[in-house]
Design a protein around this ligand. Sequence first.
Ligand code: PGA
Length: 260
Amino acid sequence: MTRKPIIAGNWKMHNNCAQSKELIKGIREKVDGLDIAKLPEIVVAPVFTSLGAVNEEICHCGCGRIKLAAQNVYYEAKGAFTGEIAIDMLKDFEISYIIIGHSERRQYFGETDEMINKKAKVILDNGIIPIICCGETLEQREQGVTDAHIAKQISEALKGLSADEVKKSVIAYEPIWAIGTGKTCDSTEANRVIKHIRSVVEKEAGKEAADAIRILYGGSVKPETIVEQMAQSDIDGALVGGASLKADSFAEIVKGAMAK
Ligand code: PGA
């Protein structure tokens, strides 16, 4: 089973329009000349207010080399939900992916598995692909409940989705203790958890979906770690935070994923 790798940059709450433009231009310059046949899918997720500016820059880049993602969406279509954004509004841009269930959204904005499931459904119904994040805290890891916790997060996120919908979705395994800390999860352990996630997907949606779904690793991914991470059997790419904010390091990560 060949799964097309993805390197996705999660810019989080960084960069106004001008800064976003500068960053995407820098990335574009660095990936433009690379062999498209070997490139992973390159995805960038700027803040909502920069989606238009980044979209414009991406359009100048050869044949969809870089794809656009949003960092969140609300599951209601419209209405009195001050501060939220609906899928139809995101469709003003050429969005390919939407990140949902990031641990920061769960931790600071009280997102639950149920909300994440509703978001996944709305996204797929609109022909966009969700990047569903999951991951354990350090405490959960120390208590030995990592696998059970992640199984629950994934089962609930995928509830009610068809096997076809699951197949095209993307999951990102991001141990919370590895996010923004510089402490990467050991590659073989990340691969083990990702295999476990695949077994949960198989239980929920069948073997074909489990073999096809792309599962990324996230948590302090750097140019120095990516080659070893991509060498693992079940790691299909990376969701990159800090190192995606500099064109140089992001491009190096993209290059590091070209061998897979
Ligand atoms: P990091 O963030 O690469 O800065 O650890 C990853 C993420 O939160 O997606």
